[in-house]
Each structure stands twice: as C-alpha cells, then as structure tokens.
Ligand binder design. Structure first.
Ligand SMILES: [Zn+2]
Length: 113
C-alpha cells in the first residue's frame, strides 16, 4: 500500500512547513503525480484524510494533478504522449524512446496561513 507511505510523507512535509513558516493551518496542498508512479489517487486521498483527521491538518485539501507520460523519440526527435510505456514512436515507429515526464511526485504548492 504505497499510497499510505506517500500520504505519510506529505503529512510530514506539511508539519515541517507549518513549523518553519509558523502556519496555524494549511488550506490546500497541490501535488503533481506522474502516471508512471502508479499512484491510486483515490487511495492517496483516503490515506491523507485518515492521517490528518484529528490533527492540525484536518480539512486540508489535497489537490492532485496527474502528469501524463511524455516521451521523445531517439530516432526522429518527435515528442509525444504515451498511453502505454511500451509504445513505439507514432511517427517513425522507432522503438527507442526516452521518457521525459510521467515520473513526477512533487509538491508544487502549499497554501496556508
Ligand atoms: Zn520517431
């Protein structure tokens, strides 16, 4: 259940940020999660809710933006979105592609006061 450990990580980071910036609460936290991370967003939201209920983070909104898998063909340079990480280049059918996004797991914004 890696969503639980991801949620725990986020909670730890938020507690740290509250301390550093002297925040009394956090309204929302925005994440960018690459599709290649195979994170079940619902499960992540649920874990976050469970971990924060009864704490100072109760009510903090977790906003998740899913980042599609993007790749660049190493043969012809074409950039494209992959549905499946095994896909070939749609232009030249070259099998050598380099993943350029889809592995993100970042906190991009924290709003609080
Ligand atoms: Zn190509």
């Amino acid at each position: 259940m890696h969503e639980l450990s991801i949620a725990q990580n986020i909670v730890d980071i938020l507690h740290g940020q509250m301390k550093i910036h002297n925040l009394s609460k956090i309204e929302s936290v925005s994440l960018r999660v690459g599709v290649l991370r195979s994170v079940a967003i619902e499960s992540l939201s649920f874990s976050f809710h469970v971990l924060t209920s009864g704490s100072r983070l109760e009510g903090t909104r977790l906003e998740v933006e899913e980042v599609p898998i993007r790749a660049r063909c190493m043969e012809c340079g074409q950039q494209f979105t992959l549905k499946n990480w095994m896909d070939d280049c749609p232009l030249c059918r070259g099998p050598r592609v380099e993943i350029t996004s889809g592995k993100e797991l970042d906190i991009v914004a924290i709003e609080g006061d």
